[in-house]
Design a protein around this ligand. Structure first.
Ligand code: UGA
Length: 438
């Protein structure tokens, strides 16, 4: 199959690379000249494990190309995927569809042969019908159909998620479009990956419902963590105890500093906005958004409390500031709320993060950056773990304890155990682990 992929951001680049690895001919169209030149030089503009190797392989084997020229990419293509950004619009939280609609207009002007226009960007319910309307308005005789094919990959494990998805969702209006998408995803049928065919609206809602449900699960366990802390419960055991019930499942029940990233915060906002717009309020999601926002602020209070209620003039070492491990992405990372609040209270911040520095330096002014966690901890009054990178999971706690000035280890991801931390001479503060009442 011949595929044009519009937008070489996270979803577009990973999808384009993986489709070419399926054996399809893929042309990725990227308008940003600096990004395009990087891609043409063989450089990957994002940090995603394994992506560079797969990209180089498929470029070398002649199945993957990068261009700025949409007309040449669309020539004889069976399908064009729209994978441009849909950032949250300032003010109302609605997904900004400017780039999606601009792309639809350009496609509408350039269609010469029958093509399926597939939206992969996360777009609110109703968007695909508007894409179809825009294309028809540009060229009333154009032979095309639209399809919705939301993406469920996670940053940091994007290749694995794309190659081994739990399911593929395809929203279509006719069997021709369904057939094209079935052929594109045929390599996955060998693994018996379920391919769910729905109408356009259903596919659009599935994407938001999935992300909102996962965000709800995280927020739920975070509130349960609060109850554990004040009563003597252990949230990890509660998560296990409920997660073993097959109807609930144990995934996405890790209590922490609140969810962040480029998807959950934006998509929960957009779903809530769709609910308001269509008169079907999403009150659970509205509450999840509020609770998650408050949680990030509560984390700075928790850190201050662990420092005997005062951080003015104290040095706090921070391990991990990206929104999760294995990414350099800082978008809506909890650290962006927690650390400025500590600075505001007078703390000096020293950060160590395996990939976060490039973006983080711009977003967290006034902090010092160190490459080594032990250097970050040296002479610090407290050590805080915000993001659970593997590099922070097996630290020599005695070495840390002997180099710190203070003794508080605040582990917002529960990667250590109280006993080992105490044995090293540090005072442990976890999430959702209370001390049983006598
Ligand atoms: C999320 C979804 O998991 C993907 O399925 C989806 O395709 C993607 O959004 C998207 O819409 O593009 P992602 O944002 O990459 O993927 O990251 P997640 O692994 O889902 O983590 C999101 C946030 O939740 C992180 O801040 C993470 O630390 C937090 N989290 C996750 C928890 O606090 N606890 C958990 O148990 C799981």
């Amino acid at each position: 199959m011949k595929i044009a992929m519009i937008g070489a951001g996270y979803v577009g680049l990973v999808s384009g690379v993986c489709f070419s690895d399926f054996g399809h001919q893929v042309v990725c169209v990227e308008k940003n000249t600096a990004k395009l030149e990087m891609l043409q030089r063989g450089e990957v503009p994002i940090y995603e494990p394994g992506l560079d190797i797969l990209m180089h392989k498929n470029v070398a084997e002649g199945r993957l190309h990068f261009t700025q020229d949409m007309a040449s990419a669309l020539k004889d293509a069976d399908a064009v995927f729209i994978a441009v950004g849909t950032p949250a619009r300032r003010g109302d939280g609605f997904a900004d569809l400017t780039y999606v609609y601009e792309t639809a207009r350009e496609i509408g002007e350039l269609i010469t042969t029958p093509i399926v226009v597939v939206t992969k960007s996360t777009v609110p319910v109703g968007t695909n019908r508007e894409v179809a309307r825009i294309i028809s308005a540009c060229q009333p005789a154009a032979a095309f159909s639209v399809a919705s094919n939301p993406e469920f990959l996670r940053e940091g494990s994007a290749i694995e998620d794309f190659m081994h998805p739990d399911r593929v969702v395809v929203g279509v209006e006719n069997s021709d479009a369904e057939e094209v998408l079935r052929r594109i995803y045929r390599p996955l049928s060998l693994r018996e990956t379920p391919l769910l065919v729905t109408n356009l609206e259903t596919a659009e809602i599935i994407k938001y419902a999935a992300n909102a449900f996962l965000a709800t699960k995280i927020t739920f366990i975070n509130e349960i963590a609060n109850l554990c802390e004040v009563t003597g419960g252990d949230v990890q055991q509660v998560a296990k105890g409920i997660g073993l019930d097959g109807r609930i499942g144990g995934k996405f029940l890790h209590a922490g500093p609140g969810y962040g990233g480029s998807c959950f915060p934006k998509d929960t906002q957009a779903l809530a906005q769709s609910g308001r717009e269509y008169g079907a309020p999403q009150t659970i999601v509205e509450t999840v958004i509020k609770v998650n926002e408050a949680r990030k602020h509560d984390m700075s209070s928790k850190i201050i409390a662990a420092c005997d209620g005062e951080v003015d003039g104290k040095t706090i070492a921070v391990l991990g500031v990206t929104f999760k491990p294995n990414t350099d992405d800082m978008r809506d990372a909890p650290s962006l709320t927690i650390l400025p609040a500590l600075q505001q209270a007078g703390a000096k911040i020293r950060i160590c993060d395996p990939q976060g520095r490039r973006e983080g330096e711009k977003l967290l002014p006034g902090a010092d950056w160190l490459d080594d966690p032990y250097d970050a901890a040296t002479a610090a009054d407290a050590l805080v773990i915000i993001t659970e990178w593997n590099a922070f999971r097996g630290l020599d706690l005695e070495r840390i304890a002997s180099s710190m000035r203070g003794s508080a280890l605040i582990d917002l991801r529960n990667i250590y155990h109280r006993d080992e931390v105490s044995a090293a001479g540090l005072t442990y503060f976890a999430v959702g682990k209370g001390v049983p009442q006598a």
